[in-house]
Design a protein around this ligand. Structure first.
Ligand code: BGC
Length: 346
């Protein structure tokens, strides 16, 4: 059967290849669609990822699949997605079912680290890792994985903010890719006053949710800080460490900034002295990072996506701007809209 295979650490080795059909025990799934994200691009450029066996890895961690035969509590035809990160089996977080908080780094991740992904026709999955997708959500279920990342980030931000009396009223989301846009929609669902900022001149998708859109080419974020008096929450979803460092200065009292974009470039970034040495302390501000998602975030993600689809049906449909078959993966990787996917089955 066909799969999108790569050799991590070997740039541009990604190709469609023939791989054996799965024979393990578990739930047999037929993959419908996989989403493509920055991590897939980085693996493909040889910058990230660990092979699953030998030197190769099947890509794809944002999955939407259909159950192929009854069993393990699932019925043929059920729509499902599956978690990405799996237990290291030797830390207290993984033992508690929270590999998103793994303490050793010895976890595996579907399509990323030591475990083949979903960009192939058939996969056998552990039933405990499956997340049911409501039939009404249909192909939008492919957004469950990036949504789970945003759910976790917001859940953690609320926990951190809630360590003291605090109200989340005004949020800034920096970045209008999938994670930025989904975060915008989740915060709008919760009734938060959201500002979404990116380099693009405009974003119909952001404003469709009721968020205010700011083009940072016209209004630098520091100016927005002055205009608004700062934010209770900043979600930084751009691959730029300087923008991430700047987010501490965009907060108001007791504000929380969450970093989600990845930027591994070796570089020094600067931070304003009084923002770090004075405001962060005197105003009880927090800057934290978040990765991956707990099962509870996956379940919340699917429920939120379904609510968002009911409220903004056209906008949600527009999130996936490019759907191409597996052999056109290069187009999906080059796509710079919110989300591109690879379709394995219509
Ligand atoms: C995925 C996460 C994963 C992270 C690090 C992200 O693209 O969404 O599930 O933990 O990469 O590998």
């Amino acid at each position: 059967m066909l799969a999108l295979v790569t050799e991590p650490a070997v740039p541009h080795s990604t190709r469609v290849d023939d791989v054996p059909e799965p024979i393990e025990d578990g739930v047999l799934l037929r993959v419908l669609e996989v989403g493509v994200c920055g991590t897939d691009r980085e693996i493909s450029e040889g910058l990230f990822g660990v092979p699953a066996h030998g030197a190769s890895l099947v890509l794809g961690h944002e999955s939407l699949a259909i159950v192929e035969r009854d069993g393990h509590g699932f019925s043929k035809g059920d729509l499902v997605t599956a978690t990405v990160r799996r237990s290291c089996h030797h830390c207290i977080a993984c033992e508690e079912g929270a590999p998103d908080s793994c303490l050793t780094g010895d976890y595996s991740e579907r399509g990323i680290t030591r475990l083949d992904g979903f960009a192939r026709e058939l996969v056998v999955e552990d039933p405990e890792q499956l997340i049911p997708i409501p039939a009404g959500l249909g192909r939008l279920g492919v957004l469950a994985e990036p949504t789970s990342i945003c759910e976790r980030a917001i859940r953690h931000a609320l926990t951190i903010g809630g360590r003291q009396p605090w109200q989340l009223e005004r949020a800034l989301v920096v970045g209008a890719g999938a994670v930025g846009m989904i975060s915008t929609y989740l915060l709008r669902l919760a009734g938060i006053d959201v500002w979404t900022a990116s380099l693009e001149p405009s974003s119909d998708l952001a404003t469709a949710s009721g968020a205010r859109y700011v083009s940072t080419k016209e209004t630098p974020l520091a100016e927005l800080r002055k205009e608004t008096d700062g934010f209770d929450l900043v979600i930084s979803a751009v691959p730029d460490a300087q923008v991430m460092a700047d987010s501490l200065g965009l907060l108001r009292r007791s504000g929380v900034a969450c970093l989600l974009g990845i930027d591994g470039r070796p570089q020094a970034v600067s931070i304003d002295g009084p923002v770090l040495g004075l405001d962060a302390i005197l105003e009880n501000r927090v800057l934290f990072g978040s990765v991956n998602a707990h099962r509870q975030d996956w379940l919340a993600a699917v429920a939120s996506l379904d609510r968002a689809r009911e409220r903004w049906p056209e906008a949600l449909e527009a999130f996936v701007g490019l759907r191409v078959p597996l052999d056109r993966f290069a187009e999906a990787f080059a796509y710079r809209g919110v989300k591109a996917t690879l379709v394995l089955q219509d």
